[in-house]
Design a protein around this ligand. Sequence first.
Ligand SMILES: Nc1nc2c(c(=O)[nH]1)N[C@H]1C(S)=C(S)[C@@H](COP(=O)(O)O)O[C@H]1N2
Ligand SMILES: [Mo]
Length: 423
Amino acid sequence: MADDPMDKGLNRNSAMPSRRAMLMGTSAALFASAGVPIPFLDKLPPGMRLVADAQEASGAMPEGKSGLTILGDRPINMETPPHLLDDEVTPGKYFFVRNNGLPPDVTNVTDESWKLTVDGEVERPLEMSIADLKREFEPVTLRLVVECGGNGRAFYRPGASGNQWTFGAVGCADWTGVRVKDVFEKAGLKKTAIYTGHYGADTHLSGDPSKEAISRGVPIAKAMDPNSIIAWAMNGEDIPYLNGYPLRLMMPGYPGSCSQKWLTRIWVRDQVHDGQKMLGHSYRVPKYPVAPGTEVPDEDMKIIENMPIKSLITSPQTGSRSKLGEPIQVRGHAWCGEGADVARVDVSMDFGETWSQADLAPAPNRFSWQRFTANVTPPQQGYYEIWARATDTNGVEQPATTPGWNPHGYINNMQHRIAVFVI
Ligand SMILES: Nc1nc2c(c(=O)[nH]1)N[C@H]1C(S)=C(S)[C@@H](COP(=O)(O)O)O[C@H]1N2
Ligand SMILES: [Mo]
């Protein structure tokens, strides 16, 4: 035989997995030895592995949450399996949770009792209840993405410490609140105002009350963006407890860490905020590309601002089956930070050899994710991977594998890949 199937990992007739399959990892070996063909295997770029089956959720699910994958319980961190993010608007029960400390006691909180302070470089420091916010400013509802800066950390090599987020530290909901800008205009920003510093009511893991769990900030221009809001509702209801009830900031397009939960204070600063997790290597990446594993000095790190172009396949669920000849409808979302919009999404079923353009629904407002849909019809039975690749209006597209390595594994916007079996 001229074309030796062993070389393609399609080892139908032997109990032994082919060498190529073994080199590519256990899943390929498994499929090949079980006699499942992998029709486009010869297109799989060298060094890439087949997608492993979906992770199962484990541990006790906190009240109000469902189906999430628990990464840790002190502090509690949970990500959402991609197929549970299929809704246009992520329901509260599926919204991921990223906590740096211990959530506050909010049992007796009311709209009158919860107070927000705005102070620092302002003419008139304010202390307002949620009732005051609702009364004094125009309410707005915006559909906004929250994505953790560390989403995708699990895929960097060498790995970084911290939560091993895969794809699901992201969600998109309808948030209702008031513009930070309107509140700042009431307080009157001084000319010296250049940055914000955010504080929440959660406590440091050590229990030390003088320490913050996290206190991040943004440049004043970002805070003054009309899409930056102080929100008291998510999807028309109270914000879920673990997502910041009763009040949180939303700084969409920036790493999720800028969207302070259980918000109690915005300190307007005359310098770049130096709160907990603003300095050192926290939420920072090297100013220049570095080789994987490089130790980067603090002064060569810069603060992450806009999040990169990204997409997620939310249907079908990875590992699912479909019938030969029936088109598979591929659905998902695409989003990006400031400075660009989503221009297009393409999908591939042959390990990135060829791509077809998906339909892209318009966004209801800036910083929402956008639905994409495409049909693919695999040509024969077997194992396939569906890959999605979003491109922004600057022509920047998602990389096939991890982008530039950085010490803490931030802003990984590599393409999402799912496995499907055609039977
Ligand atoms: N008060 C407070 N706000 C916080 C955090 C926190 O630990 N405490 N985590 C931040 C981080 S790192 C992220 S990614 C988002 C996650 O929002 P979510 O838990 O609602 O999904 O909240 C941010 N706001
Ligand atoms: Mo985060």
